[in-house]
Design a binder for this molecule. Sequence first.
Ligand code: F3S
Length: 78
Amino acid sequence: AKFTWVDKDTCIACGACGATAPDIYDYDDEGLAEVIYEGDNNRGLTEIPEDMYEDMEDACDGCPTDSIRIADEPFNAE
Ligand code: F3S
């Protein structure tokens, strides 16, 4: 299983991740990215389906500040 989360402390609102993986990442009022998949609300607790792994990994690789986290276990982020 894979889970993802955005570290908003380092996100610079570049906008790449939501363009690459719009079903997973969207932006808050300040333009900072957050995980929106299935109402995750950037908690990193929602399992991402396998057919979205490629988009997720492309978004992660494309983030200029390495703010996108991916792990095999759920995150415990705020
Ligand atoms: Fe932020 Fe990186 Fe996305 S800087 S907007 S998390 S590509």
